[in-house]
Design a protein around this ligand. Structure first.
Ligand code: SF4
Length: 261
């Protein structure tokens, strides 16, 4: 008898504990989960390249924040430009949303704004930005053809590496940008951007020369990884492998355009 009463009381408490906790958990958890699967082979550059599918699954969020309801990049920018979700808002000069074609087939993603980007509020300006423009021009693209942004929208002081909690807070904005732009391709610049997007610790050397299928809630975006232009400025001998990556990217993009027409 006493055991029955105790058991009922415990179940009752457990039920209410879960009921009370649910909204808080939904509110603070971001709604993205990930799984990976190997997907065989395709032919690129006259040789077989293994590729992998990264599935980002968006969970229903009953407590969506205002910015999540944005229907355009302009709305999204307006909703998040005063963001204070992580400590980087205290040291930024400007929030750097990203720039370029809002309906582009291509999104270029770097790590975080540097000092010049922080001052101007624009991504990839300064020397690294000029080099990125040249890289794009080399494969017949202009900055206006693509959308350029970073994982983080505010500059980490002294260009230090982003912290995990900063990425956790900021990455949902990138996901929303990708959903609104709806691109066919991502070019990830540098190991940090690639590792963050692909949720991996693999070094850049193992992520280059591969094609990833990045699946955001059913939309598959093909992704290639290459060096960050700032790294190329420090290590000019990486320009040749970068050129190989860009040629691979161009071949994929040209093939896409051919099939589209
Ligand atoms: S880095 Fe991202 S999460 Fe942090 S304050 Fe800036 S916009 Fe907000």
């Amino acid at each position: 008898m006493i055991t029955d009463i105790l058991e009922k009381s415990i179940n009752y408490l457990k039920f209410y504990k879960d009921r009370i906790k649910l909204p808080l958990e939904l509110e603070k958890s971001k709604q993205y989960f990930i799984n990976e699967e190997d997907k065989g082979n395709i032919i690129t550059k006259d040789k077989e390249e293994s590729y992998k599918t990264i599935n980002i699954i968006e969970e229903e969020n009953l407590f969506a924040e205002e910015w999540e309801k944005s229907g355009t990049l302009i709305d999204l920018n307006e909703s998040i430009k005063y963001c204070t979700k992580c400590n980087l808002h205290k040291t930024r000069t400007n929030f750097v949303f990203g720039s370029g074609n809002h309906k582009s087939d291509i999104v270029i993603i770097g790590e975080a704004p540097g000092s010049e980007e922080d001052l101007q509020g624009q991504p990839f300006v300064g020397r690294a930005g000029m080099l990125l423009t040249k890289m794009l021009n080399s494969i017949n693209l202009n900055r206006e053809d693509v959308f350029i942004c970073n994982i983080l929208k505010c500059r980490p002081p002294g260009n230090r590496n982003p912290l995990p909690e900063e990425i956790k807070m900021c990455e949902p904005y990138l996901m929303k940008q990708l959903k609104l732009i709806n691109p066919e391709f991502i070019l990830a610049l540098g190991s940090f951007a690639a590792q963050t997007i692909l949720k991996t610790k693999e070094p850049l050397g193992k992520l280059r020369e591969r094609i990833f299928n990045y699946n955001i809630s059913g939309k598959v975006i093909r992704m290639i990884v290459t060096f960050h232009p700032a790294a190329l400025l420090r290590n000019p001998h990486w320009k040749k492998p970068t050129w190989e990556d860009l040629k691979m990217f161009k071949a994929l993009y040209d093939e896409y355009k051919r099939n589209k027409n």
